[in-house]
Ligand binder design. Structure first.
Ligand code: F6R
Length: 242
């Protein structure tokens, strides 16, 4: 695991954008794994700037998002479909049929999970997987205790995760209880993983992920076993390093 420490959120975002943009320019048909949440927004903004100034194109890029809430249709304002449209897709030249996000209102969630893995495989696998990290060490919606061997599957969200995400909903009761997420094995199958983290509230999870025991109790710790993983952090996220 390689660790890059940047001064603050802005410089962390810039570094992540530069690394990914260089790969997209090198191999235009890149397959990207994407995350939602606050952390990658700065990087997405840099990508948008690069596209608008003609320095980067997503025209041949394929994307797969990590997760989606179960029960929210794509056009729900808090669905990850809406999030990705608003924060990234509608501002760049990615082809809509090259973007993939699990369907939150599928009649057969289990079948859809299998289909999602098939689509990733058919696209040639994920070249670069972008991740954020939860305060409990979750990645995607893989909560503590999740099986390292899991592919895309349905999960029940922990109360701590629902509370953390309640800031985007009017009431905690509106936050869905289940989601579809790529599993830890799906994430480990990516050729490269970039985990982004900023802020002191992530420092405990980041420290355990990098130096703690590799355990299903801290899902991100599995990344210690990945052959090509980079943690891109700001100084606050490493504030409790010895
Ligand atoms: C979102 C996702 C989550 C977030 C994590 C951190 O697609 O996969 O694992 O990356 O909850 O969220 P933020 O970035 O909002 O702190």
């Amino acid at each position: 695991m390689k660790i890059l420490i940047e001064k603050d959120y802005e410089t962390m975002s810039l570094r992540a954008a530069e690394i990914t943009a260089a790969e997209i320019k090198k191999r235009r048909r890149l397959v990207l794994g994407l995350a939602t949440g606050s952390t990658p927004l700065g990087m997405y903004r840099k990508w948008i700037e690069l596209v608008k100034s003609g320095q980067l194109s997503f025209a041949e890029v394929t994307t797969f998002n990590l997760d989606e809430y179960l029960g929210l249709p794509a056009d729900h304002p808090q669905s990850y479909h809406s999030f990705m449209q608003e924060q990234l897709f509608r501002h760049i030249d990615v082809k809509p049929d090259h973007t993939h996000i699990p369907n939150g209102v599928t009649p057969d969630a289990v079948k859809q999970c299998k289909e999602y893995e098939r689509l990733i495989h058919q696209a040639g696998g994920i070249d670069i997987q972008i991740l954020g990290i939860g305060q409990n060490g979750h990645i995607g919606f893989n909560e503590p205790g999740e099986d390292f061997g899991a592919l895309t599957h349905v999960v029940r969200l922990q109360e701590s995760t629902r509370k953390a995400n309640a800031r985007f909903f009017s009431r905690l009761e509106d936050v869905p209880t289940h989601a579809i997420t790529m599993g830890l094995k799906s994430i480990m199958n990516a050729r490269q993983v970039l985990l982004l983290a900023a802020g002191s509230d992530k420092s405990d999870a980041v420290y355990k992920a990098m130096y703690g025991e590799v355990t299903e109790q801290l899902p991100a710790s599995v990344l210690q076993l990945h052959p090509n993983c980079i943690f891109i952090l700001d100084e606050a996220a490493v504030s409790n390093l010895p």
